[in-house]
Design a protein around this ligand. Structure first.
Ligand code: CP
Ligand code: NVA
Length: 299
């Protein structure tokens, strides 16, 4: 396994299966009240330049539950904000910490930090990608459907950082991903993709969801983007509603990485309905983040 987790290109299929197996074990142990402390004496720095509920809390609680400690650092308060270089910051932080999680705008900054850090660097979301979210989503799908190989996921909505990570993940894990977005909201396409999954990008949400095992969506306006009435108007036909769920012709799982804007990208009827697994999906962030921390920080 590589030192850092910056995108799915850092992972092999075996790495993903390792994380999913460890997350399942950690989830079962937590439910049984069994804890172990492999990260005793270890510290995780967490730099957040954007808002977060799930990522921050799941990593922070995960460190605590495994005997470690986390430091919540807002970019504003670090000397980075006053011009200290990423190189110098990474080299200094490596002398104190055992791992660094960062959520920021420019993906290249995370790559630069990882290049100079001697400790593992984990991408907690950039404008380009959100791998820890999608790794956790794979866990939820495997938990609910008992397989990943050949599963059809329809991603409907704005093509963003989560979509980009889904394209890499589906390719790697042999899944079938149909992405439906308006032409002006296409995701960035990864330059390289390992694996034998199928990825299709299309305009038509009804075509994308046909025979889907999973329907997935995310916010229409991501952090750092400007909300525009025109974008919302373009995305209206891409709302996850009862009609779209029925258009699968199946009993699909409905997923959303959250936070949700109810009645925009997803209706409350669907989000609170029988197909929705969004709150299990949110819970699973904790178990998967623990698996990542345990693996990367206890080496
Ligand atoms: N899904 C997700 O990453 O949520 P937060 O922005 O709350 O961390
Ligand atoms: N695409 C969203 C994901 C939030 C978890 C954003 O970047 O704001």
């Amino acid at each position: 396994m590589k030192k850092d987790l910056l995108t799915f290109n850092d992972l092999t299929r075996d790495d993903v299966h390792h994380f999913l197996a460890r997350a399942a074990a950690l989830k079962a142990e937590r439910r049984a009240g069994v804890f172990h402390y492999p990260l005793r004496g270890k510290s995780l720095g967490m730099i957040f330049n954007k808002h977060s509920t799930r990522t921050r809390i799941s990593f922070e609680v995960g460190m605590n539950e495994m005997g470690g400690h986390s430091l919540f650092l807002t970019g504003d308060q670090l000397q980075l904000k006053r011009g200290e270089s990423l190189q110098d910051s990474a080299r200094v932080l490596s002398r104190y910490l055992h791992g660094l999680l960062i959520r920021t705008y420019d993906h290249d900054e995370v790559v630069e930090l990882a290049r100079w850090a001697d400790i593992p660097v984990i991408n907690g979301l950039t404008d380009l990608s959100h791998p820890v979210q999608v790794l956790s989503d794979l866990f939820t799908i495997q938990e609910k459907l008992s397989r990943l190989d050949g599963v059809k996921v329809a991603y409907v909505g704005d093509g963003n950082n989560v979509t980009y990570s889904w394209i890499l993940a589906a390719s790697l894990m042999g899944m079938h991903l149909s992405v439906a977005t308006p032409p002006g909201c296409r995701p960035l396409m990864p330059e390289t993709r390992a694996g034998d999954g199928v990825v299709e990008i299309m305009d038509d949400p009804l075509a994308a969801v046909k025979d889907a095992d999973v329907i997935y969506t995310d916010v229409w306006v991501s952090m750092g983007q400007e909300e525009s009435e025109e974008k919302i108007r373009c995305l209206k036909p891409y709302q996850i509603n009862q009609q779209l769920v029925e258009a699968t012709g199946r009993e699909p799982l409905v997923m959303h990485c959250l936070p949700a804007h109810r009645e925009l990208e997803i209706t409350s009827e669907v989000m609170d309905g029988k197909h929705s697994v969004v709150f299990d999906q949110a819970e699973n962030r904790l178990h998967v983040q623990k698996a990542i921390l345990e693996t990367l920080l206890s080496r």
